[in-house]
Design a protein around this ligand. Structure first.
Ligand code: ZN
Length: 336
């Protein structure tokens, strides 16, 4: 009996030590989220979107529409919530004059002028989900464009602009980050909007339309952009990427450096500050609206806007590490 008692006491002692250890090692929501971000998911999204079957997913075309349907399907599957009552798609029309290759616009005053003459209309759709925050008066937005350049039947050889880096790489980041947020099971402090923009290649049309029409635009505090996070543009620095932000927002640099250490991320960032984000990608309308901007990109590469921007040239591991780093940053943008 005495021996039995000793065994029981020993067991109880061992169990309480184990509980204390478990509490010490308590997995944080950030760790839970970051653990869901992986290479297989990156490959699944990018390989579909950049496949020849999607013919370069040009905005306003059937193939752009198929890309949008895919994104809606993915969002439904992960149990995401649409930003708008009508569903994940935010449809809009872009107008252009009759001339081939004339630029499209979503600005109402320009559309009124264009309508007076023979003109073209391209139907487009942003695909947008959200997670409601505890404080709905503050919003952060993360976005990447999913459209690309389509195909050119007169091109000799490969006619399809697959756009693996530009910007299927960014799309997979937004999708994986949303899934990571959901996986934490924690409601963020601020509302987070997850946007996949259409019409970027035709002139930042989707993001511009969104900013011009989003009723809560005044609540948007920050915007995170992805445009091309899949390539190496320096052979000797395969883990390199650029983090771009405004000089007053050096917090993004501090967060990234601490996350690289804490989560052992295999990344070698350069920090680029700029006062002027009025060019290049979907951050432009958010910058003009006064939001804080943070932009991830792996930089210029020789296959930019070429049919050779294909999956076999991307650095999958780096794409995944950047996605993890961006999730950790967005988590802080949403909660700190
Ligand atoms: Zn792009």
């Amino acid at each position: 009996m005495k021996r039995f008692l000793v065994i029981v006491l020993c067991l109880v002692a061992t169990m309480s030590v184990a509980t204390v250890e478990a509490k010490k090692k308590k997995i944080t929501p950030e760790q839970t989220g970051v653990a869901t971000i992986n290479r297989a998911t990156a490959e699944a999204h990018v390989e579909f979107l950049a496949s020849d079957a999607l013919m370069g997913r040009e905005s306003g075309t059937e193939h752009g529409r198929i890309a949008g349907e895919y994104l809606i399907s993915v969002l439904k599957q992960m149990g995401a919530t649409p930003l708008f009552d009508g569903g994940f798609a935010q449809p809009f029309e872009a107008y252009s004059v009759e001339r081939k290759n004339a630029g499209f616009t979503v600005w109402p005053d320009k559309i009124e002028e264009i309508k007076k003459k023979p003109h073209r209309i391209a139907p487009m759709r942003n695909i947008i989900a959200k997670i409601d925050g505890k404080n709905p008066d503050e919003v952060v937005v993360v976005g990447a464009h999913y459209d690309h350049l389509g195909y050119d039947p007169m091109l000799v050889g490969d006619k399809i602009f697959n756009g693996a880096d530009d910007n299927a790489s960014g799309v997979q980041a937004v999708l994986q980050i949303l899934r990571a947020f959901i996986a934490t099971g924690v409601q963020p402090e601020r509302t987070v909007v997850f946007a996949l923009w259409d019409g970027e290649e035709r002139g930042l049309l989707g993001s511009t339309y969104f900013v011009n029409n989003f009723a809560d635009m005044k609540k948007v505090k920050g915007y995170m952009n992805f445009d091309m996070i899949g390539r190496n543009n320096m052979e000797h620095r395969p883990k390199h990427f650029n983090l771009m932000f405004m000089p007053q927002d050096s917090i993004y640099k501090e967060w990234l450096l601490s996350d690289i250490e804490k989560h052992v991320l295999q990344l070698d960032p350069d920090f680029k500050t700029s006062e002027d984000f009025s060019g290049g990608s979907d951050q432009v309308p958010f910058y003009k609206a006064g939001a804080s901007i943070v932009w991830y990109q792996t930089g210029a590469q020789p296959d930019f806007h070429m049919p050779t921007d294909e999956c076999n040239r991307v650095n999958w591991d780096k794409m995944v590490e950047i996605t993890k780093a961006a999730f950790l940053c967005l988590w802080k943008m949403a909660n700190n």
